[in-house]
Design a protein around this ligand. Structure first.
Ligand code: TYM
Length: 331
């Protein structure tokens, strides 16, 4: 059975981008693959959260994984820091990751631009830790959104380089995966790019947002006075709303509003109302389970303890092989 690995950083509540870019695929894969789904708490350290935030955020992601329908009996759910073998592999891989290639990573360049006051070494070697997450289970499929594509390319580079250096074919090549034809990029409500936690309040719809919050956020999304010519191309801040509708609404609804737009008869008030209601319906089953699961401390504890045990068993096997290949052996 093929091995699948993916993780989400514990930096707060999960949003529609996380769901449609990653979790939706997790749910489909858990029945047919050997799945490892983790909470990337070490990756979250680059932004220096307090220890209270760390705890709270890890709990939040575990809760939302379960509320979304990831089944701990089918998939291994664990917290990254519970598996120290990952950081050991990270160290080995760092020896063959070069400054130039790490500096060229698009996500690193983004961070340098957006947070010039916190360009730490952890950010630079972020793709190496991510490669370690994947290679530690020798995974071949990694369900992620479009924004992670370059990181997967780097994971292949580091794995292949290790294989060449130690003259073996130990690590298989991992590839980004989605059941959709292409990797998904869910736009934010502001039309300026992808939906994200750090892209500004109001840009993201969280799985835990109440119906009223969803209505308010969608209502506030920027629109204009409408197209002036038939079949006019949509500007980015309108196209994103249609893209979101494509995800949460039926094809008929989408076609209906597309048609109105093309005939210059769209009323954005009605359009946004429909979009908000369909988002509310799409997220309802998850939202309804979040509170119950969040309060069940014992269950959450059980899930991550069981997950850590299974993940460690797999990781220990890899680390023991890797040490042997490198030549690190008990004296
Ligand atoms: P993170 O925490 O930023 O996002 C988690 C997952 O959600 C996807 N995603 C999106 N997909 C589509 N549209 C969006 N707007 C959107 N926003 C987020 C991401 O593509 C991702 O799949 N580096 C990773 C976490 C990670 C990881 C790994 C993933 C660490 N180690 C190993 C896979 C394998 C990250 O920051 O994701």
């Amino acid at each position: 059975m093929e091995t699948v690995v993916s993780g989400i950083r514990s930096t707060g509540k999960l949003h529609l981008g996380n769901y449609y870019g990653a979790i939706k695929n997790f749910l489909e894969m858990q029945d047919n693959y050997n799945c490892f789904f983790f909470i990337a708490d070490l990756h979250a350290l680059t932004t220096h959260p307090t220890s209270a935030e760390m705890h709270q955020n890890v709990r939040q992601v575990v809760t939302e994984y379960l509320a979304a329908g990831i089944d701990p009996e089918k998939a291994t759910i664990y917290v990254q820091s519970d598996v120290p073998e990952i950081t050991e592999l990270y160290l080995y891989l760092n020896m063959n990751a070069y400054l130039g290639e790490l500096e060229r990573s698009a996500s690193f360049k983004d961070k340098v631009r957006s947070h010039p006051d916190n360009v730490n070494a952890g950010l630079l070697t972020y793709p190496v830790l991510m490669a370690a997450d994947i290679l530690i289970h020798r995974a071949t499929k990694v369900p992620v959104g479009k924004d992670q594509e370059q990181h997967l390319e780097m994971a292949r580079t580091f794995g292949n380089r290790f294989n060449r250096l130690y003259q073996n074919d130990y690590f298989p090549e991992p590839y980004a995966f989605s059941f959709e034809q292409k990797l998904v990029k869910i736009p934010g409500l502001d039309g300026k790019g992808k939906m994200g936690k750090s892209e500004g309040e109001g840009n993201a719809i969280y799985l835990s947002d109440s119906p009223d919050v969803i209505r308010k956020k969608v209502k506030k999304a920027v629109t204009d006075s409408g197209p002036t010519e038939e079949n006019q191309e949509k500007p980015d801040y309108i196209q994103n709303l249609f893209d979101l509708m494509k995800i949460v609404s039926s094809e008929d609804t989408l076609n209906h509003f597309d048609d109105l737009y093309n005939r210059c008869q769209i009323r954005y008030g009605d359009f946004k109302k429909q979009l908000a209601e369909d988002m509310i319906i799409a997220t309802a089953p998850i939202r309804n389970r979040i509170n119950d699961i969040a309060n069940d401390h014992e269950y959450l504890q059980k899930v991550v303890t069981m997950g850590a045990e299974k993940a460690r068993a797999s990781a220990q096997k890899t680390i023991s092989d890797v040490r042997e290949l490198i030549g690190i052996k008990p004296f």
